[in-house]
Design a binder for this molecule. Structure first.
Ligand SMILES: [Zn+2]
Ligand SMILES: [Zn+2]
Length: 736
């Protein structure tokens, strides 16, 4: 155990010397910069390899290590001169100190700054043997120097500042709290204990990074609510700290509430090409595209946001351009998988970058945040390309019938396979449904979908071809009431009429909660005589999320010290945490959290401190957050129990009851069959009202309450129901 610990300590030292170079590379977007960076990386790699072995042996022999490092110092000294010269020219104010002294002091300072920030084992952090400290210090510095000399001065300058600030901060915090490091905070604002509205805050000192900004669809107990977005109040309150938003991929549960957040907080957004394309569409609809600061990155790119640097890593998922993230911070590296699966034969040939996850694991990963959606499912998720083979087989089977395929519009790989197979079978593809049309158009424009000239035809041109030459790609795989497939099933689609000459494939599984809707669509389609293929076993759908073995693979590659399951209901998170324990991560290093937790990480510890406000903000039409719990309660009661209105007229002078109360109800009982009940209720109300007025009660609020109480308890006693009761009192002035 201790040998292992030391070895990983040595690894981590490598990582941190490398990290400084990483941090200085703000954005490597232009090809020129990228190739320069690559050269540098290769150079650094070979250097690391050279220096790596003696360092690894440190576990067994500290003396040998020191010797080796001494040699490194000498070997690198000349190279380091280069860096010194550069540094000298940067220091315009000029230092009076002797160059060598300065160098030593700097390196010592840097060493101090690095050490507490690094994930070195506790024993080494505070009381490292002076001998080793002195020897390893300069060696590392000279290596760093060399790295620096390759940097552009502009990029290296801020990093130098950071380094010099840190020792001061460290000392002051040491005096104040006895802690060495400012902890890194991870604050999930959505996506934990639920499927949907994923959003996570990463905060280090004065810098905040937001990961994803998704929405959720309302539950059955939220009548009239269109969608649910996370509570942004924490990031809005800390608006000065927010450096940017990184988006892992283009699904609604990751981008859906971005337009709402950007209205309050217009910070730069970074994501891959297709994701940005989909975001553009959403922002255009919401009317805030023009002021948005959207930045396209690609897998492998790094962006620097204050003291936090984020690297995008390619993963497989049910939408192209999905990314995981490596988040480099002074406390350590946090890896966030995003939504992912491992697909060895992906449709677009872009396999998840397992090698990069492994590299990060070698360098030392402080914490892994991992997708939990399929954590309950053993084994591996099949490759997306399997669905293509099923399509092929089914198109054979369909014969001369027309084919209709419903799937998620965002699953561009699926649509691509449909197009490819259709072309092979001499069929044209009609795209139907608003979101399917939008996404397909965007994907074709950006080159994520490829189709031969003439394959995709307009729905109006469909009648020019026989059924056997047509495939309709459509939405509605979840039985959504307004979707194209549902309208076809109801027989009210304007352009597509389903008959017994249709062969329908539902290429998706119902999301839990949608089974009934999907079921009734299937029933309706079958009533129309169509053949409907929808079984789980038919191979017409595969998940976009990795199962247990895939989740474990990423854990094994990244070897995190701490594990935090994300993206899933509580049961999924718990299952995922069990996988981590099974993989040998100590139970106390695994944290199953909730939205709003403030998870504080240091190199040695994870703790959850008091939370920030979270919850669901309900969006009803154009109103955001104006539907509170009372409105929602009323809507539920209205939906479940109906409405009873009691209208009474009082004399404005005397307070005498002039008319009523009349009782009107909606959705409560059928009045004609309940005349007795209504009459009794009327009499009761009148008596109570007269009583109250006699007792000189003239306050309307009180009078209304009297009616509500009387009517409420009577109705409950008779019917065991609690409808919404709405008393209406009108005062009438009678001129005499
Ligand atoms: Zn997703
Ligand atoms: Zn998701």
């Amino acid at each position: 155990m201790s040998a292992k610990k030391n070895e990983s300590g040595a690894e981590r030292r490598h990582f941190f010397s490398r990290r400084s170079a990483v941090a200085q590379n703000a954005v490597e977007n232009t090809a020129k910069e990228a190739s320069a960076a690559q050269e540098k990386k290769a150079e650094e790699k070979s250097r690391r390899r050279k220096n790596g072995d003696p360092l690894k042996k440190a576990a067994e022999n500290v003396r040998k290590q020191a010797e080796a490092l001494k040699m490194n110092v000498r070997a690198n000294e000349k190279k380091a001169e280069n860096g010194q010269k550069k540094e000298k020219s940067q220091k315009k104010d000029g230092s009076q100190k002797n160059e060598n002294v300065q160098k030593k002091e700097n390196s010592q300072k840097k060493e101090n700054a690095r050490r507490p920030a690094g994930t070195a084992p506790a024993a080494e952090t505070g009381n490292q043997p002076a001998e080793a400290a002195k020897k390893s210090g300069p060696a590392k510095t000279s290596r760093r120097r060399k790295g620096q000399s390759a940097e552009t001065p502009a990029a290296s300058a801020p990093a130098a500042e950071t380094v010099q600030e840190q020792p001061k901060k460290r000392q002051s915090s040491k005096r104040a709290g006895g802690k060495n490091v400012t902890p890194l905070k991870i604050i999930p604002l959505g996506g934990l204990g639920e499927i949907g509205k994923n959003m996570t805050v990463v905060e280090y000192e004065d810098d905040i990074l937001i990961i994803d900004c998704g929405l959720a669809f309302p539950d059955d107990d939220m009548p009239g609510i269109d969608l649910v977005i996370p509570d942004f109040s924490y990031v809005v309150r800390n608006r000065d700290k927010v450096r940017g938003i990184v988006i892992t991929h283009g699904h609604e549960d990751h981008i859906g509430s971005l337009s709402y957040l950007l209205k309050e907080l217009n910070v730069p957004v970074y994501s891959a090409r297709l994701t940005i394309g989909l975001i553009e569409g959403k922002l255009k609809e919401a009317g805030n595209l023009r002021e948005a600061k959207l930045n396209v990155v690609k897998a492998g790119d790094k962006i620097r946001l204050g003291k936090i640097t984020v690297e995008f890593i390619a993963v497989n998922h049910s939408i192209p351009d999905s990314c995981g993230l490596a988040i480099f911070t002074p406390v350590g590296t946090v890896v966030h998988t995003g939504d992912f699966k491992i697909d060895f034969t992906p449709v677009d040939g872009q396999m998840i970058d397992l090698a990069r996850f492994g590299e990060l694991g070698r360098q030392g990963v402080l914490a892994l945040l991992s997708d939990s959606t399929n954590a309950e499912r053993p084994g591996l998720t099949p490759s997306e390309s399997m669905v293509g083979r099923t399509f092929d087989m089914l198109m054979e089977k369909a014969g001369d019938r027309r084919i209709i395929v419903a799937s998620f519009s965002s699953n561009i790989h699926r649509v691509q396979q449909l197009i490819t197979v259709a072309e092979r079978h001499g069929r044209h593809v009609v795209v139907s449904g608003r979101s399917m049309e939008n996404v397909t158009a965007k994907a074709l424009e950006l080159g994520y979908l490829k189709a031969r000239e003439g394959t995709i035809i307009n729905v109006d041109d469909m009648r020019r071809y026989p059924d056997e030459e047509i495939v309709i790609a459509t939405t509605g795989s979840q039985g959504e009431p307004m979707s194209a497939l549902t309208r076809m099933a109801r027989g009210d689609h304007r352009k597509i009429t389903v008959t017994s000459h249709d062969f329908i494939i539902i290429s998706a599984l119902p999301i839990p909660g949608n089974e009934k809707l999907v079921g009734s669509v299937i029933n309706d389609l079958m009533h129309l005589g169509a053949d409907v293929i929808y079984e789980r076993s038919a191979g017409i759908h595969v998940s976009g999320h990795g199962c247990q073995e895939e989740i474990k693979t990423i854990m094994g590659l990244t070897k995190p010290r701490f594990f935090i399951p994300v993206h899933g209901e509580h049961k999924h998170l718990v299952k995922n945490s069990e996988l981590a324990v099974e993989m040998g991560i100590p139970r106390e290093n695994v944290y199953v959290g909730e939205n709003g937790d403030v998870i504080e990480l240091t190199p040695q510890s994870l703790r959850s401190v008091t939370g920030v406000p979270v919850g669901a903000v309900l969006v009803d039409g154009s109103g955001v957050g104006d539907v509170g719990s009372i409105v929602l309660r009323d809507r539920r009661m209205l939906a479940d129990e109906g409405l009873v209105v009691a209208v009474a007229s009082l004399d404005a002078r005397t307070g005498a009851v002039l008319a009523g109360p009349d009782i009107i109800s909606r959705g409560f009982v059928y009045v004609r069959e309940s005349e007795e009940l209504i009459t009794e209720a009327q009499n009761l109300c009148r008596a109570a009202l007269e009583n109250a007025v006699k007792g000189s009660q003239r306050d309307w609020t009180n009078l209304k309450q009297v009616i509500r109480d009387q009517l409420g308890s009577y109705i409950f006693q008779k019917t065991k129901r609690r409808p919404v009761i709405l008393p209406v009192i009108q005062e009438i002035r009678i001129d005499r």
